[in-house]
Design a protein around this ligand. Sequence first.
Ligand code: AVJ
Length: 323
Amino acid sequence: MMDTPCTVVPLAGTREDDFAQCLLHGLSRPQKEIPCKYFYDEEGSRLFDAICELPEYYQTRTETALLARHAPEIARRIGPQSEIVEFGAGALKKIRLLLDVVRPRGYTPIDISGDYLMGVTRTLAAEYPGLNLRPLAADFTAALAVPPLPGAHGRAGFFPGGTIGNFRPEAAAGLLRRMRASLGGANAHCKGLLIGVDLVKDPARLHAAYNDAAGVTAAFNKNLLARANRELGADFDLDAFAHYAPYNPVARRVEMYLVAQARQSVTLRGRRFDFAAGEAVHTEDSHKYTPDSFAELAANAGWRLAEQWRDAEDLFMLAWLES
Ligand code: AVJ
């Protein structure tokens, strides 16, 4: 039996994420913006979990079905006794679909929220007593030196959820390149990277997924302002902003905004920010790919799309990249 992992190792080089600094900076720009990574405080993570259950939000359930269905083929690609490194591991839900079939020697979940990661890792350790667990607290977008797990037969990366879509193509290629470097390196034999990708589809379907009838996505978007009020003592009037999330079929991305419904001022850390009526704060991009456009992105990052699994409706793709 392994020791229960009760320490989450903070990886060197991870800088403190500063919501206040980022917000002051983002709201001072000619085009106001708040980076989408700030959605995920406790309340935001709860709202995102609710999004995943929405009838309009097909992504989570489609990816989950693909993972369950193709686990044996994925296992063949990863190989036995390997190490799986997950980037932005969150609640450790999706890895469970692979563990019993892939039977890796070790699992290294990386997440920015160290305390949360410690809790969920403990639960996983109790369920998989033979698994070598190595939780790392780090920002997965940084260049991370992840030392290979001793005794493992190669390692594979895991980046589900379609989160790659939050990055502009240039940044996405940079991120995939850094993941390749993190997984490879001196004594690590990189088997590949399993990544979830949301696909280009009927704009109406995409629009519905980000403009759900129950208003959960709107609440998720507005949580950025609620969080600023809670954590930083800002005075955003949540009713004075509207959720706006159109699909841009030319750029092939959903763009999310918070739009001021009337002229207003907000005070944050002693500074005043003015909003014109109709002025938008950009909060998220969610890029969609075709299998070909994703293969091209991967190639720009030194990866080759070696295999792909899609649902019958071509809503979502699990891609297996090799270098
Ligand atoms: C978690 C980034 C994949 O882009 O669909 C859901 C986040 N934003 N609804 C996505 C999100 C609005 C989600 N990702």
